[in-house]
Design a protein around this ligand. Structure first.
Ligand SMILES: [Cu+2]
Length: 161
């Protein structure tokens, strides 16, 4: 009769300790590090707009760039991605070449060397993310490579300092 009561008390004590906010604050490197890199959430919509066009990062900071297509138009007519290019890349030229690269989901093989990372091409309500880490300061262009979206304004810059 006494053993179950003791166990219950011990478990209760464990739960209380585990939930203590003081403990979390005391060891930020523990659970926080296990959760992975900071996430920057971008949205893309049927008006061909991202929710942000400039992102600032620290040199060496690892982040997850997550893109959600919040639109509802069919994928063949309105899909979105994020393509991050190397600093100094000509993003307008990339967009023009990419528009013809239908077979490779608008990522042109001939310019693959300029691409740091890219998400999948997303239809409505789809999401994808990429993890990036810049070891050099600079201005890194990003864009949506679906035909004509760059020209309408689906582009931006990741500034790394
Ligand atoms: Cu787009």
């Amino acid at each position: 009769m006494k053993l179950p009561l003791l166990l219950t008390t011990a478990l209760l004590a464990l739960v209380v300790t585990g939930c203590s906010p003081k403990e979390e604050a005391a060891s930020p490197a523990g659970p926080a590090a296990a959760a992975g890199p900071r996430t920057i959430e971008l949205t893309a919509n049927d008006s061909m707009k991202y929710n942000m066009n400039s992102i600032s990062l620290a040199v060496g900071e690892e982040v997850r760039l997550s893109l959600i297509n919040i639109g509802s138009m069919p994928k063949q007519a309105m899909a979105h991605n994020i393509v991050v290019l190397k600093a100094g890349s000509d993003s307008a030229a990339f967009a023009t070449t990419a528009a013809a690269a239908i077979a490779t989901d608008y990522i042109p093989a001939s310019l693959a060397g300029e691409v740091i990372a890219h998400t999948k091409m997303l239809g409505p309500k789809q999401t994808d993310s990429i993890i990036v880490k810049f070891t050099e300061p600079g201005e890194y262009p990003f864009l949506c490579s679906f035909p004509a979206h760059y020209q309408v304004g689906m582009k931006g810059v990741i500034t790394v300092r």
